[in-house]
Design a protein around this ligand. Structure first.
Ligand code: ADP
Ligand code: MG
Length: 169
């Protein structure tokens, strides 16, 4: 995938409420402005990379890009599970991510246990892949230290411009 690594950031919005948190795997959702800017070659599936909330520490993450049932599966959704235990939810805060690599395509599972097992495998795969020196160095990218405060977040109208700047930094 030629667009990887791919940098983006946006406000954490409420998701479809499919109860990811009850599975022990909460996923922070990006708004449409971020999803709509994804390059065409970044398709659905599971990705790994780095993430940070507002100006916090940078953690490993796994991200699912899928079809959003709310829009009758015509629109993509991007859901990030940050591999860290947070004390509180962070709705409304700015999530910055770099998608580093692709793990696998989306698929459906026959049981909740099978789904959870698959996600836990993805998390292990992400943890290992991100230790590769080439991937590890992205954790220290300027992109994360230049995270804007929520009040200076770019309005949606300039999102495509900011996207270009972010990936050309
Ligand atoms: P929703 O359907 O609103 O996305 P989830 O059950 O997927 O609900 O929970 C996601 C929310 O949980 C995130 O928006 C964030 O505020 C919070 N959260 C807490 N810990 C994490 C984490 N480690 N990774 C992602 N989100 C987390
Ligand atoms: Mg979610």
């Amino acid at each position: 995938m030629k667009s990887l690594p791919y940098f983006c950031r946006g406000e954490v919005i409420r998701g479809f409420g499919r109860g990811s948190k009850e599975l022990g795997i909460p996923t922070a959702n990006f708004p449409d402005s971020v999803v709509d800017n994804l390059p065409a070659d970044i398709g659905t599936g599971i990705y790994y990379g780095w993430a940070c909330v507002d100006n916090g520490d940078v953690y490993k993450m796994v991200m699912s890009i899928g079809w959003n049932p709310y829009y009758k599966n015509t629109k993509k959704s991007m859901e990030t599970h940050v591999i860290h235990t947070f004390k509180e939810d962070f709705y409304g805060e700015i999530l910055s991510v770099v998608m580093v690599g692709y793990i696998r395509p989306e698929r459906s599972y026959n049981s909740l246990e099978a789904l959870i097992a698959a996600i836990n495998n993805d998390i292990e795969e992400a943890k290992a892949q991100l230790e590769v020196p080439e991937h590890l160095k992205l954790r220290d990218d300027n992109f994360f230290t230049s995270a804007p405060s929520p009040s200076s977040a770019l309005p949606p109208t300039s999102a495509s411009t900011s996207q270009t700047i972010m990936n050309g930094h």
